[in-house]
Write a protein that binds this ligand. Structure first.
Ligand code: IMP
Ligand code: MG
Length: 185
């Protein structure tokens, strides 16, 4: 696994520190800990981030999971995302916080935001661990951002390439020849 990583961008220690600070920012935005919050998590890249984040959030919460297709197989080029599954979440009247691993073009977050607003929530905010600066193709912004990163394809801490490397504990840049070799961009 390590052989496939070009360089480490963010270490596990840096992630741990930032996730804790992010949880404090979020908690400050929802001052009534009993009002309730629904964290709508976009599978599968966000699962490790979610698991770490919620343990620093002393708020009454529910967790909902949604699946969105954007990358098909061994590619680093996203296509127009589709909502694949929405796992039984009732968010009417609830505060919703969408959690995603990375905001790249913004298409995924836009889709899930639109879907959530259609369900009659009290509010919809978004939190992403990573933001690739300058890549947005649509007018989507995240309310909470862990790290601004350069435009490189990254893996680890939940993020994958062709469903691999999610268990790499740091966030690293994948060697470009790995996906270029597969002829998929
Ligand atoms: P967007 O729709 O272009 O904003 O892309 C967001 C989705 O694409 C994220 O939820 C990720 O699953 C995936 N993605 C974008 N960039 C990367 C990356 O560098 N590594 C791994 N997954 C990525
Ligand atoms: Mg994703």
């Amino acid at each position: 696994m390590l052989n496939d990583i070009d360089r480490i961008l963010i270490t596990r220690e840096q992630i741990a520190q930032r996730v804790q600070a992010l949880a404090q920012e979020i908690a400050g935005t929802y001052p009534d800990p009993n009002r309730g919050l629904t964290l709508v998590t976009i599978l599968s890249g966000s699962i490790i981030f979610l698991a770490d984040l919620i343990r620093y959030l002393p708020i009454r919460m529910k967790i909902g999971l949604v699946a969105v297709s954007s990358y098909q197989g061994a590619t680093t080029v996203g296509s127009e995302p589709k909502l694949l599954d929405q796992l039984h979440i009732n968010v009417a009247g609830e505060h919703v916080l969408i959690i995603d691993d990375i905001l790249d073009t913004g298409r995924t977050l836009r889709l899930v935001q639109q879907q959530m607003w259609s369900l009659g929530p009290a509010s919809v905010r978004t939190c992403v661990l990573l933001h690739k600066s300058g890549k947005a193709v649509c007018d989507v912004k995240a309310d909470f951002v862990g790290f601004e990163i350069e435009d490189a394809f990254v893996v680890g801490y939940g993020l994958d390439f062709d469903d691999h490397y999610r268990n790499f504990p740091h966030i690293g840049v994948l060697k470009p020849e790995l996906y270029e070799r597969q002829g998929s961009g």
